[in-house]
Design a protein around this ligand. Structure first.
Ligand SMILES: CC(C)(COP(=O)(O)OP(=O)(O)OC[C@H]1O[C@@H](n2cnc3c(N)ncnc32)[C@H](O)[C@@H]1OP(=O)(O)O)[C@@H](O)C(=O)NCCC(=O)NCCS
Length: 180
């Protein structure tokens, strides 16, 4: 049984397991999903197996990584959301916790990114006792910037160039005291 970390009104956030490989492939091979991510969509199932391997290694080494988001109504994996310990420099920051999320297009526009993101932040600040959580989004990714800034309360700290694809991204932080 996959370990469940959070339950919200409509969603379950649990560890990603190897049996999720086909849903993760569906997600990461979708051009619309990957438009602002900085890497090309995957084309082979093995690439998603490798992704799951990496994520599960992060669970072991860091105690946390992205979690599968399951829609209770359909019992389907609809995407992922969660904190990652960024061990590689990101905008010059290293070993910081960063919020991320990614959903299949048929589940956009339902408030799931916001619902899961809020629950993850609550977990980070109150269960993990973090003081600060970071996030970033390509400046052209209007929906994601709206979630971070307007819905989750992140404060923009400026922009930086993402090494992956040279895209300009907004850099955000949220301190525990400002999370409500
Ligand atoms: C970015 C992404 C997660 C945004 O998803 P989303 O579904 O638009 O985001 P939200 O969860 O905030 O949903 C917002 C919409 O749901 C609507 N909604 C419908 N029912 C709702 C409900 N019960 N509660 C809240 N909102 C609801 C809202 O009106 C809102 O639309 P609006 O912003 O036009 O007002 C999604 O586009 C995605 O996965 N993109 C690909 C990956 C990606 O770019 N990830 C981010 C990298 S930085």
């Amino acid at each position: 049984m996959a370990k469940i970390f959070i339950e919200t009104t409509r969603l379950i956030l649990r560890e990603i397991i190897f049996e999720d490989v086909e849903r993760i492939f569906l997600l990461d091979s979708n051009q619309d999903v990957m438009k602002y991510i900085g890497v090309k969509p995957v084309t082979k199932l093995e690439e998603s197996e490798e992704t799951i391997n990496k994520i599960r290694k992060q669970y072991q080494e860091n105690g946390i990584a992205r979690w599968a988001v399951i829609e209770k109504e359909s019992n389907l994996l609809i995407g992922w959301s969660g904190l990652k310990l960024s061990t590689e420099p990101l905008n010059g920051f290293r070993n910081v916790y960063e919020l991320g999320y990614r959903f299949l297009p048929e589940f956009w526009g339902k408030g799931y990114a916001t619902e899961s993101g809020r629950a993850v932040l609550e977990y980070g600040f109150n269960k993990m006792n973090l003081d600060k959580i970071y996030a970033c989004a390509d400046i052209q990714n209007v929906d994601s910037n709206k979630i971070l800034k307007d819905k989750l309360g992140f404060e923009e700290q400026g922009t930086f160039i993402d090494n992956l694809d040279n895209a300009t991204c907004h850099w955000y932080e949220l301190v525990k005291e400002k999370f409500n």
